[in-house]
Design a protein. Sequence first.
Length: 425
Amino acid sequence: MTDRDSSVATGVGAALGGSGGWLLVALFSAEVVVVTRTTDVYGGWGIPYWGAWLVAVAFTLAVASLLVAHLRPSAPRLRPVEVLALVVVVAMVLTDVSMAWEPLRDLGIYLKAGEHFRDGSAVYIQTPMIVQPIDRTNYPFLYPPCTLPLFGALSLLPVVLAQTLWVGCSLGLGLLGLRLFGLQRRWLVPALLWPPLFQGLWVGNVAVPALALFALGPWLGACLVLGAVFKSYTGLAALWLVRERRWMQIGAGVGALFLFVAATLPLTGLGLWTDWLNGLLTYQTSQASLAALYGFGLPRFVPFAVYAALAVAAVVAALMARGTESLARLGTATVVASPSLFGHGLLVAVPSMLSMRALWLWLAVGFVSTPSGLQWWLAVVVVAASWAVPEMRRSVAAGTDAPEQLHPLGAAPRPWPGFAGEHPV
């Protein structure tokens, strides 16, 4: 680190040790009020989100203050990171309530695709969408044909059994992924409240079980290649294998992917692959008429050239790092490069968030804890800032500040603490 970087880092650390931490609390609080000023806690209840949040925060902080004064008499006041964590958790709960509608709608898309596959009817979208379907299980199925035998088999089960099996497996694999990232066990249940994970489980999106493939990457590099089966752009994480010169694992991943496709080809035929490619193009055409199909992906807000430039910049920044820090950054780069993005798509940014010190982590987590919208990109901005300011990262400053006890990694300086092949950052 250069002298200039060192002085910047020292300044950041000093600021957060004093009033700077309260500034982050104020920043997040202002963000909540601004972005939810026209949002209800739950459609039809007529309860303003920001009002409910302020009332819940006041009650939570009052109770927490009494508990801290009783249990920690030597330091009876709440620290900035403790206040920030509490107000973020309140936002998580309210946001989870606000999005708790149409349960397992994404799983419904998968099951319908499985049914169409079994009965030989069209699986993929053939004409552009001009209006949003009222029943969101009628949204287009976008995954490649090699996944259809799985969903076809799942659709044979009674619906309740299929839903239970899918949610149970998703929950188990999602928690496994978080444990591999280094989350301590006591943080696993609170992590389920985080809107990207809660939303992924609630709608039954494949992003939750796929998180385990990303988390296994340092040990089983082939999983990074296989992750592209469901969302092709997640294959960007496989660039880490090139960065680390893990040629055998690249070969194993490509070989496993080839075998998977070859094994399912007798069931799907080549025609479905052509239909899939045409369906992706048709979906892209539909986005021009229905901006909601972008979610909050960058192409919805910026020209394509800007989107492409930002995606390339994120990938380059990721490849400039070493070890699992590079892999963590590639997860965030995947978010930037996503042509369409919804809340559960941010799960692959978890390692980058965990790489930051507690205050910055809670700020980033907080930005993604309010109802989904453009402001969720603020979390990515905070993560990107930590790549430029080393003092924001735990690998530089772990163990230097008492509030770090509120970091889900505990004493570990970085994600994937169980990976023995780590390079120094």
